[in-house]
Design a protein around this ligand. Structure first.
Ligand SMILES: [Zn+2]
Length: 65
């Protein structure tokens, strides 16, 4: 049941989390696009995460006061 043909490997884009095909022709890997690559580089350069982004993680904090 195994297919020894070329298997496309997918990695999550570090910026937006989209599935990116790990292909040699994809010059922006592991990013999905040049835009995401620039965004990530910009975050590294600025070292500030004050950009309001959509959080998918639900507020799961156990507040013990
Ligand atoms: Zn992306």
């Amino acid at each position: 049941m195994s297919e020894p043909k070329k298997t496309i490997r997918y990695v999550p884009c570090p910026s937006c989390g989209a599935q990116v095909a790990w292909l040699s022709e994809n010059a922006f890997r592991p990013f999905c696009s040049e835009r995401c690559k620039l965004i990530d580089l910009g975050q590294w350069a600025n070292e500030q995460y004050r950009i309001p982004t959509k959080d998918d993680t639900p507020p799961d904090d156990d507040v013990l006061s």
